[in-house]
Design a protein around this ligand. Structure first.
Ligand SMILES: NC(=O)c1ccc[n+]([C@@H]2O[C@H](COP(=O)([O-])OP(=O)(O)OC[C@H]3O[C@@H](n4cnc5c(N)ncnc54)[C@H](O)[C@@H]3O)[C@@H](O)[C@H]2O)c1
Length: 451
């Protein structure tokens, strides 16, 4: 086994989705990680091996790391900066009302780094930040420090998908290192070397042995553009298939067959081609808006990206139209159940979830809305207090005039329809229900994209 260099790494924003997976992942490949976050409650839980962020297998690896003293968590930023030769920054960059990325968390971290760095430190920006942000961070640090001598800044965007965060850490589709200095590039390559050689300090069930991990060295602007362009492309695929589903429905097609047929073309493939309520969550919508704003600021009219966003905004209305078609224009006191409350299956993240936005709208119209999610029931109830939330699927199914399936969690494709009143109407936005079963029990349904 090769002896890899172990780095002293700090992760700022280490209790968030990206920061925590990064902290656990880097510690598990042999680095000495101190993970820091402002959220004291989360840090205290993490010290005891418990995580509010749900990722499959995360707590198991975390507990091995804690037992072997390979990771530490802290609230203290001074301690983190003095501990570390390399700092990964994974704080949030939410959308502002005008679509630009809110840089306030990044700026506040940069100011701390400016004031506290006392030995050469490589600052690695994991957060998704707009083009120009690396220069802003460098400018802030340069108010007291000298670039190259005291610090370097690297853009190392993250591509993990919530719900398979650890699979993506151990088998990244690519590692992008955006830096103009050889020292920082070399260090980052060394940090990821054990990952590439699949050399772990604690075992994990996620490693896919034969998958080659590619590192791309580039400049910071291109690194950030790769991240934004990737998310914009994924958003485009979703809006594209939602648009095709809309047309298919009008002309009498079957969207599952259409997707299968499209996907057989190897130039297209079938990933990210599933219709639904649209893209929500913490990334696609915000990153698409940030890219559109960036292009506007640079006097470029991004006609296509604006269309992608417009289709997504209309998609929720498509689902509302279906509900009104069944219940009429007044939803007052109608009982509606929603299956899938997180922004997608496999996560407990409800941030910018379109299911929650739909629930809110229906509640505002006077409907009685009950929601189910196997991972995000608590989080959804905290976000929308008038939503009746349960993790008991049968309860939720039995209370409804309409059941709307919004994510493709496996249990929703395996529902036993014999226990449902035949008067219940099913709206399946993900195309996962067994139509033959519904027909068998004379349950009426609407599959998005299929007449
Ligand atoms: N969530 C994803 O799937 C994903 C994927 C790829 C990239 N990203 C990007 O990664 C970044 C982080 O996203 P996230 O979803 O992990 O966000 P998050 O909100 O889950 O985590 C951010 C964390 O930063 C902490 N924080 C904020 N300011 C701080 C400060 N000054 N000092 C210390 N901690 C601070 C918060 O308490 C929080 O725990 C964003 O830029 C996002 O766009 C997210």
């Amino acid at each position: 086994m090769t002896k890899h260099k172990s780095y002293k790494i700090g992760v700022i924003g280490g209790a968030g989705y990206v920061g925590l997976v990064t902290s656990v992942g880097l510690a598990s490949i042999g680095h000495n990680v101190l993970s820091q976050d402002l959220n004291l409650n989360r840090i205290n839980l993490l010290k005891n091996g418990k995580s509010e962020v749900y990722e499959e297998g995360l707590e198991n690896i975390l507990s091995d790391l804690i037992t072997q003293k390979l990771i530490n968590f802290t609230h203290n930023i001074e301690q983190t900066i003095s501990h570390s030769d390399v700092i990964f920054v994974a704080v949030g960059t939410p959308s502002l009302a005008d679509g630009r990325a809110d840089m306030s968390q990044i700026i506040s971290v940069a100011e701390k780094l400016r004031d506290l760095i006392d030995h050469h430190t490589i600052v690695v920006v994991k957060s998704t930040v707009p083009v120009g942000a690396i220069e802003i961070i460098q400018d802030i640090l340069s108010e007291r420090l000298t670039i190259g001598e005291d610090f370097d800044v690297v853009s190392n965007p993250e591509f993990l998908r919530e719900g398979s965060g650890l699979v993506d850490f151990y088998n990244p589709s690519r590692i992008i290192i955006g830096s103009n200095t050889d020292f920082a590039r070399k260090s980052l390559k060394e940090i990821y070397q054990p990952l590439i050689q699949r050399d772990y300090k604690v075992s994990n069930p996620f490693s896919i042995k034969n998958q080659i991990i590619e590192i791309l060295l580039t400049d910071p602007v291109s690194a950030q553009m790769i991240k934004y362009a990737s998310n914009a492309f994924l958003a485009t695929r979703i809006s594209y298939i939602n648009e095709i589903a809309g047309i298919s429905e009008k002309v009498g097609g079957n969207i599952s067959d259409i997707i299968y047929g499209i996907g057989l073309d190897p130039r297209i493939g079938s990933d990210y081609l599933k219709p639904g309520i649209g893209f929500g969550g913490p990334c696609l919508d915000k990153d698409l808006r940030a890219l559109i704003t960036l292009s506007e600021e640079n006097y470029f009219d991004s006609v296509m990206l604006n269309g992608v966003l417009r289709r997504n905004d209309l998609q929720l209305q498509e689902v509302i139209n279906k509900i009104n078609f069944v219940l009429g224009s007044s939803l007052y006191k109608h009982k509606i159940s929603i299956l899938g409350l997180a922004f997608k299956e496999g996560t407990n993240d409800v941030r910018h979830s379109l299911s929650i936005r739909l629930a809110k709208f229906l509640i505002e119209q006077g409907a009685i809305v009950t929601g189910h999610d196997i991972l995000a029931a608590k989080e959804a109830a905290e976000m929308e207090d008038k939503l009746i939330v349960s993790d008991n699927l049968n309860d939720v199914l039995n209370q409804a005039e309409i059941i709307i399936i919004l994510n493709s969690e496996k249990i929703y494709s395996q529902i036993d329809w014999s226990i449902i009143s035949p008067k219940t109407y099913i709206i399946d936005t993900r195309g996962i229900v067994n139509i033959d079963e519904l027909k068998k029990y004379s349950i009426e349904y609407d599959i998005l994209g299929t007449k």
